[in-house]
Structure formats: C-alpha cells, structure tokens
Ligand binder design. Structure first.
Ligand SMILES: *[C@@H]1O[C@H](CO)[C@@H](O)[C@H](O)[C@H]1NC(C)=O
Ligand SMILES: *[C@@H]1O[C@H](CO)[C@@H](O)[C@H](O)[C@H]1NC(C)=O
Ligand SMILES: *[C@@H]1O[C@H](CO)[C@@H](O)[C@H](O)[C@H]1NC(C)=O
Ligand SMILES: *[C@@H]1O[C@H](CO)[C@@H](O)[C@H](O)[C@H]1NC(C)=O
Ligand SMILES: *[C@@H]1O[C@H](CO)[C@@H](O)[C@H](O)[C@H]1NC(C)=O
Ligand SMILES: *[C@@H]1O[C@H](CO)[C@@H](O)[C@H](O)[C@H]1NC(C)=O
Ligand SMILES: *[C@@H]1O[C@H](CO)[C@@H](O)[C@H](O)[C@H]1NC(C)=O
Length: 339
C-alpha cells in the first residue's frame, strides 16, 4: 500500500467515524450532565434528606445535574455550588449540618420559613467564602453564636425576625468586611458591645425590637453609620455620639427607649433623611441647624422632654404637630405659639 492510498483510507475512516459520533450539540448536553461536582451533589442530597425531602426541593432529583436544580446556583467556571437560597418554603426542621459541606457557597439564605427551628449549626464556619448570610423570618433560637466571626468574608449578616436570646457577641465587630448587620426583631438582652465602635466600614446597623439595655457605647462616636436603628429597646443615657457632622448618616432611629440627653448640643449630618427620637426622655431644645437639612423627609421628636421654640425654616415646616407633640415645653409652629 503506497503512502497516498494510506492517507486517503485514513481520511475516509475519519469521515466515517465523524458521521457516527454524536453531533456537537449532544456532546454539549452530555457534558452538561457532568457539571455537578460530586461532593456538592452528596452534600445537597444530605441537606434534602435532613429537611425531610420537602416539596420545595422536588427539583433535586437523584442522578441529575445539581447545577440545574432550583434554589441553588452553580459558578460557571468552577461548576461548584455557590448559592443556596431557600425562601418561603413549607419546611419543618433545623438547618442541616451538611450546609457546611458546600465550601464554595458565597450566599446562604433561609428566609420566611415558619417551621425552621433550632440553632445555627457550627459547621457553617467551614464556609470561608460566604459573603451573604441571611437566616431571617424563621424560628431559630438560642444565642447568636460568636463563631460567626470566623466567617471573615461576610459583608451582610441578617438574623432578623427570629427568637434569638442572650447578648450580642462582641466578636461580630471583628468581621473585617461587614457592612450590614441585622439583629432586629429577636429577644436579645444585655448591652450593645463596646467593640461595636470598631467596625471598619460605613455601617448599616439594625438592632431594633429587642430588649437591649444599658448605655449606648461611647465608641459609637468612631463609627460612620449610614443607617442606625436602635429603636424599641431599653437603652438609657446618652445618644449624642450617634450624631456626627461629617459622616454618611442618612437614617437615625432611636425611638422607644429610655434615652436621656441634651439635644441642644448635637450636630447633624447634612445627608440626614430620617430622624426618629420619639418616646425617650430627651431634653434641651431642637438645634437651629435642623433647618439646614435639605434632604430631611421624616422627623419625629414627639414624647420627650424638649423645650423652646421649634426652629423655623428649611424642611422643618413640612412636618405637622404629630412630629413634635407630647414634649415638656416645645412651642411655635406647628405647635401653639410660644408665650
Ligand atoms: C408548620 O407546622 C405546622 C404544625 O406542624 C403545620 O400545620 C404547618 O402547615 C407547617 N407549615 C407552615 C408553612 O406553616
Ligand atoms: C406544609 O406541609 C405539610 C406536610 O407536607 C402539610 O400537611 C401542610 O398542609 C403544609 N402547610 C402549608 C401551609 O402549605
Ligand atoms: C414562629 O412560630 C410561630 C408559632 O408557630 C409563628 O406564629 C410565627 O409566625 C413564626 N415566626 C416566623 C417569623 O415565622
Ligand atoms: C422584653 O422583656 C419584657 C419583660 O421582661 C417581655 O415582656 C418582652 O416580651 C421582651 N421583649 C422582647 C422583644 O424580647
Ligand atoms: C465638616 O467638613 C467641612 C468641610 O470639609 C468643615 O469645614 C467642617 O468644619 C467640618 N465640620 C465638623 C464638625 O467637623
Ligand atoms: C442643654 O445644653 C445647652 C447648650 O449647652 C444649655 O444651654 C442648656 O442649659 C442645656 N439644657 C439643659 C436642660 O440642661
Ligand atoms: C411620632 O411618634 C408618635 C409616637 O409614636 C406617633 O404618635 C406620631 O404619629 C409620630 N409622628 C409621625 C409624623 O410619624
């Protein structure tokens, strides 16, 4: 057989092979079924079983590609599960320890699940890439574990609307990238940790609707709060350190506490959109500088011990008497004229 015949024969052979091989498109779908990482697959199957095979996870069918399942996302380059978001599900049980076996997760959400009970499993600390952790509108209980501070990439931690008790672990302030912290609507007691003055970023802090007591840490003077909500607790004493002239502060809600300080001395951030200090024991008068707040959309200083004339000008006159009533001796529009 001469060389040119051999070449022609092998060419024909190649053609034949190509004809009978699967088309490129079915090649792709074959590859697709292989995307799911086997360790992730195993962990998800364990999670499904631990939650009692709920209807919400019906798409998690054995021996199918977990990258196509509902409520999870696969990273397109690593093909690892990077998001697990269970929302509004009729699921009864606890957060499965196996969530810790999805090491590529950046987002973990259990939200609006009435029958999700128990505590936060410590296996969660294995999720070193987690940036977004939301366990909210569930019935989780027990203390807020200090081991959450091991999740050093977190920028959002939301544990709101649960039954958590005990005090706030001071270690949370060591989370270097944390921007948003929601611990509101729980049953937390004790003081706000002094360490909360050490947050690195401009913070969104929500601690409302708990039973926190004692003084607001003085160290709060060192934090740039964009939004701070400490309302509906039992906080006492001074809160003037929360007010800063040159910060990013847009919203301050200190309402329904036992705070007692002289409002005359506070300074306002020009970014302020909303200020609620109602239902406290705050005294002094309303600083004239409030008339310079061009973005002010909400104001409530009612139910305090304020005195003197309400500053006239700026946005202040947009608010009616319900923003100012029930004080010791505030006067002037929209309340009765000063004597
Ligand atoms: C929660 O549990 C209760 C009692 O077992 C049950 O009646 C209810 O349907 C469950 N699910 C939801 C979403 O409430
Ligand atoms: C939740 O699931 C349980 C068991 O599957 C069922 O009996 C119950 O009716 C469901 N509740 C709701 C609110 O869908
Ligand atoms: C917690 O459970 C109680 C009783 O089952 C229920 O009324 C409540 O809505 C649940 N809380 C949340 C946030 O789902
Ligand atoms: C706060 O404590 C009071 C009395 O100790 C209790 O009645 C109330 O339910 C508690 N509130 C919260 C949100 O834990
Ligand atoms: C805020 O910043 C402005 C300009 O940067 C400066 O003039 C002013 O003194 C500062 N105010 C306070 C209270 O630091
Ligand atoms: C509040 O502070 C102002 C300004 O320093 C002062 O003039 C006033 O007497 C204080 N008010 C009370 C009730 O202490
Ligand atoms: C201010 O708070 C008081 C007390 O909670 C409330 O009655 C009033 O309606 C509030 N005013 C505004 C403008 O929301």
């Amino acid at each position: 057989m001469d060389a040119s015949l051999a070449t022609r024969l092998s060419f024909l052979l190649t053609l034949l092979l190509l004809t009978f091989l699967p088309s490129p498109s079915s090649c792709r779908s074959l590859a697709t079924t292989m995307r799911c990482n086997k360790h992730d697959y195993k962990a998800l199957m364990e999670i499904k079983a631990a939650l009692g095979n709920p209807y919400h996870l019906a798409s998690w069918v054995p021996n199918t590609d977990c990258c196509n399942w509902y409520v999870v996302e696969c990273d397109s380059t690593t093909n690892r599960i990077d998001q697990l978001t269970i929302f509004q599900a009729n699921i009864t049980g606890q957060i499965p320890a196996a969530v810790g076996d999805l090491p590529y997760l950046n987002t973990l959400v259990f939200r609006h699940i009435t029958n999700l009970t128990g505590t936060i499993p410590s296996t969660i600390t294995k999720l070193k890439l987690l940036t977004y952790l939301q366990l909210s509108w569930t019935n989780l209980s027990g203390p807020i574990p200090s081991f959450l501070s091991e999740l050093s990439n977190l920028d959002l931690l939301d544990l709101s609307f649960n039954q958590f008790t005990g005090s706030i672990p001071s270690s949370l302030s060591s989370l270097p990238k944390l921007i948003t912290l929601h611990l509101d609507r729980n049953r937390l007691t004790g003081q706000i940790p002094e360490s909360f003055g050490k947050f690195k970023q401009s913070m969104y802090l929500f601690l409302s609707h708990n039973n926190l007591s004692g003084a607001i840490p003085n160290s709060f003077g060192d934090v740039d709060f964009v939004r701070i909500d400490l309302s509906r607790n039992k906080l006492e004493g001074d809160a003037s350190m929360v007010f800063k002239a040159n910060a990013s502060t847009q919203t301050i809600d200190l309402s329904r506490n036992l705070l007692m300080f002289n409002l005359s001395k506070v300074v306002f951030d020009s970014n302020l959109l909303s200020l609620d200090i109602s239902h406290n024991k705050i005294y002094g008068n309303i600083p004239e500088a409030i008339t310079g707040l061009n973005n002010l959309q909400f104001l409530n200083v009612s139910y305090n011990r304020l005195c003197g004339e309400i500053p006239q000008g700026g946005k202040v006159q947009n608010f009616d008497s319900y923003s100012f009533f029930h004080n010791k001796c505030l006067c002037g529009s929209p309340l009765a004229a000063c004597k």
